[in-house]
Design a protein around this ligand. Structure first.
Ligand SMILES: *[C@@H]1O[C@H](CO)[C@@H](O)[C@H](O)[C@H]1NC(C)=O
Ligand SMILES: *[C@@H]1O[C@H](CO)[C@@H](O)[C@H](O)[C@H]1NC(C)=O
Ligand SMILES: *[C@@H]1O[C@H](CO)[C@@H](O)[C@H](O)[C@H]1NC(C)=O
Ligand SMILES: *[C@@H]1O[C@H](CO)[C@@H](O)[C@H](O)[C@H]1NC(C)=O
Length: 533
């Protein structure tokens, strides 16, 4: 299904036939989402302000990391007009509908709307999770409604906050990167102490800064002079927790409202933040070790060493980061855990060692990803906002551009299922298949895959440049060009798996310096030394 239609709700709620019709239409509307509601509790997000990027666009990235139980898809929700007053259904009830809504892209979590307002979600740990309170909104509801209703990032922040406070937020603590062509905010929300409302705060990311949220809150001292950027209950909730107003103690959102530090193991959040700091601002020399995330932690935002240097390629490469060229490289750390082929994968490990959970390093790029993406909002480009979207792991996916203005999306990216591997059109399985293939000889194959990704993604960048030269607002032209590009990329991507199997069959590297003759690769020396005594 390419486009999901929104249906006008009835303004005659007492007519049972109309109610039944509205209910049926609602089911139709939400059924496809029910299959892909994100169950993820782990996601990586990065944002770069317009003066941090090389073309003045605001960039954000998001990975939705799950547990292998949801396929990666993207959908279009079209704009709609409603006869108000009427209601919009949400996960635990309904709220008043607005007269008209904007079109947006969603992967379960809403991504970007036709006004180029973008959202990047990451679940955090919060002291309150009011599953038994009166709240009716979760993070999926909030994101979708914000994109249905907002023209700017600030407007989206206010909508998110006001709805959460008024109707109550019952979900896990969450963070959203909220962007538009000129600004970026970090938005944090959790349920309040009663379960009937919400506590939230937002931080404007300075234009020349970058920020990351990796499953843990990052907003520290809330600027109490900016009262449009935090919930009305923030001060009272903070006082309940022992914060003292009228002293010089800042209201530290992360310190007050985070629960138990990082979501799983120590460094599961902080290390990913450090990786981005280390890549973009090595001059800061930030320490990868700390005592405690919540009391020490990293700055919420930072200026990269090179101003105006971040672009979609840099963001994609950060989403593919597995700590390479650092002491924590998944290929090597802990020693030999990557096996003879230096795999970056550490599968979910149910077994304990010495009765303790195994705490593998948690990199940004992971096999767990349902989707990952880079969003670009630009006031300069005449083709508007772009979502560079890749189902499954960033390591082996191919990002292709989509626009929230398209009128249809290609089946390759909308109809993927876990139980049917369609070699012709499934973008999700093209990446997932390639990931499994890459495990045969990770070190070699992932290097080849990087080259293929950069060639194919350069092709999409080129297409976008060409489109921008001639684009006159013809949405069909945009839809056709992006759809053809996506289908071509998927078919090229399936071919990579076969190429790599041929190249590295049976422990040889075929065509590495000796045409048609296999070169023996043998084994990694350290691994060999450790097993041959
Ligand atoms: C909504 O109404 C506006 C103004 O009447 C109209 O221009 C627009 O096409 C309508 N949108 C839809 C999706 O029906
Ligand atoms: C993106 O930025 C990197 C680093 O600043 C640069 O090397 C690369 O050429 C840029 N890519 C494009 C397509 O402009
Ligand atoms: C693991 O737990 C069991 C049961 O409590 C205990 O008997 C055993 O000694 C523990 N093993 C280690 C290595 O701590
Ligand atoms: C493969 O996909 C293309 C593009 O969607 C379609 O035109 C073609 O019919 C498909 N072929 C098969 C064998 O399914």
């Amino acid at each position: 299904m390419g486009a999901l239609r929104s249906y006008p709700c009835s303004n005659h709620p007492h007519n049972p036939n109309l109610l039944l019709l509205a209910f049926t239409l609602l089911l139709l509307h939400f059924a496809p989402f029910a299959l892909l509601l994100p169950t993820a509790s782990a996601c990586s997000t990065i944002v770069a302000g317009r003066k941090a990027t090389d073309d003045g666009s605001v960039l954000f990235s998001h990975s939705n990391d799950g547990a292998g139980d949801v396929p990666g898809n993207i959908h279009l929700v079209v704009s709609a007009n409603y006869t108000t007053p009427c209601t919009r259904s949400v996960s635990r009830g309904s709220i008043p509908q607005v007269p008209s809504t904007f079109q947006y892209l969603t992967e379960g979590y809403a991504i970007m709307n036709e006004n180029q307002v973008g959202l990047g979600e990451s679940t955090c740990t919060g002291i309150y999770t009011a599953s038994s309170g009166g709240g009716i909104l979760n993070i999926v509801d909030l994101g979708q409604i914000a994109l249905e209703r907002s023209k700017t990032a600030l407007e989206a922040v206010k909508i998110l906050g006001q709805l959460a406070e008024e109707f109550g937020y019952y979900d896990n603590a969450e963070s959203l990167m909220v962007t538009d062509p000129t600004s970026a905010y970090i938005f944090h929300v959790l349920s309040d102490s009663t379960g009937n409302s919400a506590i939230w705060a937002a931080l404007k990311v300075p234009d020349d800064h970058v920020a990351t949220v990796m499953n843990a809150f990052v907003i520290r001292a809330v600027d109490l002079s900016q009262d449009e950027l935090f919930s009305t209950n923030l001060l009272s909730e903070a006082e309940t927790l022992g914060w003292q107003p009228n002293t010089n103690t800042p209201l530290d959102f992360t310190l007050l409202f985070s629960k138990d530090n990082e979501a799983t193991c120590k460094y599961s959040s902080g290390r990913r933040q450090w990786a981005v700091l280390n890549e973009l601002a090595p001059s800061l020399g930030v320490d990868p070790e700390y005592d405690d995330y919540v009391t020490s932690g990293y700055p919420a935002t930072f200026a990269p060493d090179i101003p105006n240097s971040i672009n979609v390629t840099v963001m994609s490469s950060l989403m593919r980061n597995t700590y390479e060229n650092t002491p924590f490289s998944m290929a090597l750390f802990p020693e030999l855990s990557g096996g003879p082929w230096k795999s970056p994968s550490r599968w979910t490990t149910p077994q304990a060692v010495d009765n303790a959970t195994v705490c593998w390093e948690r990199p940004i790029a992971t096999f767990k990803s349902i989707v990952s993406l880079v969003g670009s909002s630009s006031s300069e480009s005449n083709i508007g906002g772009t979502v560079w979207f890749g189902p499954h792991s960033a390591l082996t996916t191919i990002y292709v551009p989509f626009s929230p203005n398209m009128n249809h999306l290609p089946i390759s990216h909308t109809d993927n299922s876990l139980s049917s591997l369609n070699r012709n059109v499934s973008a999700f399985w093209a990446s997932r298949f390639l990931y499994q293939v890459s495990e045969i000889k990770s070190e070699f194959m992932l290097a080849d895959i990087r080259i293929a990704q950069s060639e194919l993604e350069a092709k999409s960048l080129k297409l976008q440049e060409q489109l921008a030269e001639t684009y006159d607002g013809d949405v069909q032209q945009l839809t056709d060009a992006y759809s053809r590009n996506a289908l071509d990329a998927v078919s090229a991507w399936w071919a990579i798996s076969d190429t790599l199997v041929m190249r590295y069959a049976d422990g040889y590297c075929n065509g590495c310096g000796h045409p048609d003759v296999g070169r023996d690769i043998g084994y990694d020396q350290d691994w060999l030394d450790s097993v041959v005594k």
